[in-house]
Design a protein around this ligand. Structure first.
Ligand code: ADP
Ligand code: MG
Length: 240
């Protein structure tokens, strides 16, 4: 479904991605791991067209979406993205946060969007919070709403960028539970994460990003349990 081919991205003289290849099949979960500053976020931002690539291609369902003639907004509408800092709209209720994009961007009727939003909120265990405002929720609850909001546009692909990093440890589990449930429902997910245990449980493939390339990728048991590359071993020794 998603094919990242030889993507190069520099910020000035800082070449962050030097030819990243990543292939994601439908219904699969790919975990991106790597040190701080290794380019995980840049990679997700390139894949979701929030950054332009300097070289290489991103193919979504076989279409080269990095082609300058492609309408980036149309492509972005097919992806749900959740970032580290829960970016809920503070002036909108939980329900309004979830129904905004489906109605305003996707042109669904308010009634349909509301019905779907209530179903999503029930799924993430926050049915009773629909009329609350974000500042009345815990960080974990806000991040669960952010996931519901991303799902509300019925994306082809969900991109998650270290969505538990800003949370107190006791709130991480409830967010990961929601991700696990969404993955079990068949959603295609690419997630940058430093939760190695979670990557091991949920990901089909783990990609280790180092030196601007995917240095090693494979099933979690292999990459996390018996890595081939010395750099992967060094990284895991530091984080586990
Ligand atoms: P990670 O998510 O793996 O921690 P990032 O993709 O955030 O890594 O960052 C990789 C490198 O790219 C870092 O050196 C960072 O400073 C740089 N970088 C990221 N975004 C920008 C930007 N918008 N402008 C300049 N440099 C950036
Ligand atoms: Mg990052």
């Amino acid at each position: 479904m998603l094919d990242v081919r030889g993507v190069v991205k520099a910020f000035g003289s800082n070449v962050v991605l030097r030819g990243v290849d990543l292939s994601v099949e439908e219904h699969r979960v790919v975990a991106l791991i790597g040190g701080s500053g290794s380019g995980k976020s840049t990679m997700l931002r390139c894949a979701s067209l929030l950054e332009t690539v300097d070289d290489g291609q991103v193919l979504l369902d076989g279409e080269d979406v990095t082609d300058p003639r492609v309408d980036a907004d149309r492509v972005r509408r097919r992806m749900g993205v959740v970032f580290q800092a829960y970016n809920l709209f503070p002036h909108l209720s939980v329900l309004e946060n979830v129904t905004l994009a489906p109605t305003v961007v996707h042109g669904r009727s308010a009634a349909e969007a509301r019905e779907e939003a209530h179903a999503l909120l029930a799924r993430i265990g926050l049915a009773e919070k629909a009329t609350e405002y974000p500042d009345r929720l815990s960080g974990g609850q806000q991040q669960r709403v952010a996931i519901a909001r991303a799902l509300a546009v019925r994306p082809r692909l969900l991109l998650l960028d270290e969505i538990t990093s800003a949370l107190d440890p006791e709130l991480v589990g409830e967010v990961l539970r929601v991700v696990r449930e969404v993955a079990a429902g068949g959603m295609t997910i690419v997630m940058a994460t430093h939760e190695m245990g979670f990557a091991k449980q949920v990901a089909d493939t783990v990609c280790f990003l180092d030196g601007g390339v995917v240095l090693e990728h494979g099933p979690p048991a292999q990459v996390l349990g018996d890595p081939v590359q010395p750099r992967t071993r060094q990284f895991l020794a530091r984080v586990i």
